[in-house]
Design a protein around this ligand. Structure first.
Ligand code: ACO
Length: 448
């Protein structure tokens, strides 16, 4: 099959959110710490009516309906998530409820888990299937979904929630350039979830930032090497029109783009503009390890990268800033935002994507944007995702109510024999929600 990639997308996020400005004040943090320091505007969260399964049900059903895809046309369904509701039963198996009526049980794939990387693993598996001799001509469907919650403290404002569904097939408007894909994986304890009784991770915030940026360096070097080998010319940032990053919070995304500019400079000063090169010169001889912790370099690199950051990265930042870290869904919500912001202007452009999951697993890969055929064109995807409408129908909850919900969710995590108590008025029409967890922990859902 030719031009394999993402043919359609849908985004879902819970309607409830808390404003970072208000959370900052409530937490007693200094003014501007969450909004400027972390670069975040709002944080979306699930009440006890919603969870990673209901968000996945909602986003999949919505995609199938909006693009009129009969469920029997799906031959593979993969979920990337790190939100653990069950240690054995895949979220994918819960989604099979949507395929029961038409009798389609012939769907490969289960869940992929490694922090925020699962969605990328799911995407790779789906592309592999379509490019293999096992492919039977049907679409693959990838779901990246998470509810990101942290214990009270410094990490809490970097939570979020959301789900993205992506239909994978040939003749796509977003064609993956697979031969350049670069990966870095390693063993570190920067963020992990060893306490099976709690939904919260154990996180070493500073270490996770360094691991993220170091993985970006390594993936970028490998991507550049592969590009040069195949294309016979060096890769530099001018070859990428847009760059989308996994977004734990926006400040790290700003630092990441600056880091790529610094990488270009170190590889060859002529890869960056003369004035940029002059400003980075004092940092030319730093070792890679020292450069990762040098605060002056971090500041100068962000300054010199600012103009390019505004044109190449900002167009993908709306949803991650408005919803917070959606873990597996974060990178793909960034891609959805880019489509939403640039639409027709994306035709013929290259989009670079950086996926990072603590622990760690990371990849840098790229898409070429093609015209596509309706309903699988960028402009139809944008219209169907209706991101502005979804953002405009959110419900702003005050920080106290948010904290109360977090306490309720702590009680509910791993619990049985209950019915949710939150008000259905927080659900948009078409949203799946939890109706009960019975004495045998079996979860039941309904649709509004
Ligand atoms: N006005 C403006 N900026 C401020 C203010 C203020 N009043 N107060 C602080 N800041 C700035 C700081 O200078 C800092 O910016 P800098 O990094 O550019 O110097 C930023 O706000 C954050 O302040 P810190 O003191 O570094 O924040 P803290 O240590 O309290 O927490 C952290 C930040 C580590 C990101 C925490 O939220 C966390 O652990 N989050 C989860 C881990 C994470 O997301 N890691 C990313 C990769 S792994 C993943 O995706 C899960």
């Amino acid at each position: 099959p030719a031009s394999v990639g993402i043919v359609a997308m849908e985004v879902y996020f819970p309607a409830c959110c808390v404003k970072q400005e208000e959370l900052e004040e409530h937490d007693g943090a200094s003014k501007g710490k969450y909004t400027i320091g972390l670069g975040q505007d709002c944080l979306a969260f699930c009440t006890d009516l919603e969870d990673v399964i209901s968000m996945s049900l909602t986003v999949v059903q919505s995609l199938l309906e909006k693009y009129c895809i009969a469920p029997e046309r799906i031959g593979r369904l993969e979920v990337g998530s790190e939100t653990v509701i069950d240690k054995s039963k895949a979220i994918k198996t819960c989604l099979m409820q949507l395929f029961e009526e038409c009798g389609n049980g012939d769907i490969e794939g289960v869940d992929s888990t490694n922090a925020c990387y699962g969605g990328t693993a799911a995407l790779q598996n789906s592309l592999n299937w379509i490019e293999s001799t096992a492919w039977d001509g049907r679409f693959a469907l990838v779901v990246a979904a998470d509810s990101a919650v942290y214990a009270e403290g410094a990490a809490r404002p970097t939570g979020g929630a959301g789900a993205v569904a992506m239909l994978i097939g040939p003749d796509a408007p977003l064609v993956m350039e697979r031969s350049f894909s670069a990966t870095h994986m390693a063993h570190v304890y920067d963020f992990y979830k060893p306490d099976l009784a709690s939904e919260y991770p154990v996180v070493d915030g500073k270490l996770s930032q360094t691991c993220y940026l170091q993985a970006l360096d390594l993936c970028y070097r490998r991507y550049c090497a592969k590009f040069e080998k195949r294309q016979g010319k060096p890769f530099m940032l001018s070859e990428a029109d847009y760059v989308v990053f996994h977004a734990p919070y926006n400040k790290l995304v700003q630092k990441s783009y600056a880091r790529l500019v610094y990488n270009d400079f170190v590889r060859n000063p002529s890869f960056v503009e003369e004035d940029v090169s002059a400003k980075l010169q004092p940092f030319a001889t730093l070792s890679p390890a020292d450069s990762l912790v040098n605060r002056d370099l971090e500041k100068v690199a962000q300054q010199v990268a600012k103009k390019q950051y505004d044109s190449k990265v900002v167009p993908s930042t709306l949803l991650p800033k408005e919803l917070g870290n959606m873990y597996c869904a974060s990178l793909y919500a960034g891609l959805a935002t880019l489509l939403h912001t640039k639409t027709e202007a994306l035709h013929g452009k290259r989009v670079l994507m950086f996926s990072y999951g603590s622990g760690l697993a990371s990849s840098l890969f790229s898409f070429q944007v093609h015209q596509g055929q309706p309903p699988f064109s960028v402009s139809e995807i944008v219209q169907k995702m209706s991101i502005s409408e979804k953002l405009n129908t959110r419900i702003i909850v005050d920080p106290k109510a948010f904290v109360t919900t977090m306490h309720l969710m702590e009680m509910r995590y791993g619990a049985k024999d209950f019915v949710p108590v939150s008000s259905h008025s927080t659900l948009r029409p078409g949203t799946f929600y939890l109706t009960e967890v019975d004495a045998l922990y079996r979860r039941r859902y309904s649709r509004k």
